[in-house]
Ligand binder design. Sequence first.
Ligand code: ACO
Length: 402
Amino acid sequence: GFDIGKLRAQTGLVTLDSGFGNTSSCKSAITYLDGEQGILRYRGYPIEQLAERGSFIETAYLLINGELPTVDELAAFRGEISRHTMLHEDIKRFFDGFPTDAHPMAMLTSVVSALSTFYQDSHNPFDERQRHISTIRLLAKLPTIAAYAYKKAMGHPVVYPRNDLGYVENFLRMTFSVPAEDYDLDPVVVNALDKLLILHADHEQNCSTSTVRLVGSSQANLFVSISAGINALWGPLHGGANAAVLEMLEGIQADGGDVDAFIRRVKNKEQGVRLMGFGHRVYKSFDPRAKIIKEAAHDVLSALGKSDELLDIALKLEEHALSDDYFVSRNLYPNVDFYTGLIYRAMGFPTSMFTVLFALGRLPGWIAQWHEMINDPTTRIGRPRQVYTGVVERDYRPVEQR
Ligand code: ACO
C-alpha cells in the first residue's frame, strides 16, 4: 500500500494542516464520532443510552477497559477507587501555599503534576501494575483535589473523603459540606452531575486528549500527561468555554438583556466577541450532548425550584442564532458547554469551578486514550513537522557590530 513515510523520505514531502482539521494523529477504538449526523458513542454504546441508564463510574470502566463491567467487576472497581481517595497530608501544604484567589484549574493541574512526586513508582509507563495503580489513584484523587481547590477558594477547612459514598456523592459532600455539619445530598443534583460527567467522559482526539497523547508519547508518566491535558482544557475555546458562556450571559444581563445587540457584535466580529458555547470543529449539524444537557438544564432548574434569568437569555440567544443566516451558514449550533454552566450554577458551583467539573468528567477518557497509546506498538513519539518561513541563512556578527 501507500506509505507516506517512504514518500516523505524520498521527496521531503510534508503536509501543512493548521489545527489538524484533516489529519488523524492515531488509530483509536474508544470513541466513535460522526459530526455530520451528530452521533457520539463510547466503545460502540450510544451516548444517549449511557447518559440515560448508565453511571459515570461504569462509563469510566467501559472507556478504560473496553467493556461494561459485570456486577462483580463494578464492585471491585468502586472498592479499589474508594481505597485511594485520600490525599497525602503533605499535599494539603500545596493548598496552603497557593494564593487565596488562585484559579482552581491552576491548583488542579499543579497538584496532579505533583502526584508524580508522591508516587515515584509511576514513572515507568510500561509497568502494567503501576499503570493500573496510577489509573486508580488518579480517578480516586481528582475529586478530592477538586474539592480541596474549592475549599481553598472559599477559605474553608477541607473535608476528608467518605468512602461509603458513591463517586459523585463523595465529591459533592467534600465540596459543599462544612465539617461538623451533616450535608444532605440532593438526588436531583447527584443524578444530574453523574449524567454531565458521563457526557464529558471522552470526545476522541480533542485538544486536551491530543495533548495527553502527545506528552505521553514521550513516555512521560500518567500523572504529568494528565496534568498537561488539564492545562489544555483550561482555554476558553475548549473546556474553559463553560465558564466563558456564563460570563457572556452575565454580561448580556448587565447590559439590560439585549440579545439582539450582542448578536450584532458577534456578527460584526468584534475582537474577542464570539457566541460562546456555539460551534464545534467536528459537529456540523448538532452536538448530541447539548441536546441531552438542554433538557437536563430545564429539569434541574425546575426540580431545585430555581428560576434563572440567565436561562431565559440563553434560550433567546439560541433561538435567535438558529434562525440567523450568519450562524446557520457556518453550521454553528450549541455545543456541550452552552447549557452546562447554568446547571452547575444552580447546583451552587462558582463559575471558576466549571472547567474543573469538565476535567473530572474527561479524566477517564484521557486515561483510556493514554493506555491505548502506550499499548499500541506502532506508537512513535509525536513530532509534527513544520513549513519553515524564516531567514534562510545569515552570518553572526558580534554585538558591538550590530
Ligand atoms: N461565534 C461566532 N462565530 C463563530 C463561532 C462562534 N462561537 N465559532 C465559529 N465562528 C465562525 C468563525 O468566525 C468563522 O467565520 P468565518 O468563516 O467568517 O471566518 C467560522 O465560524 C469558522 O470558525 P473557526 O474558528 O474556523 O472554527 P473552528 O473549528 O476552528 O473552531 C470552535 C471551533 C473553537 C469550537 C469555535 O466554534 C468557537 O470558538 N466556539 C466558541 C467557544 C466554544 O464554545 N468552545 C467549546 C467547544 S466544545 C468543547 O471544547 C467542549
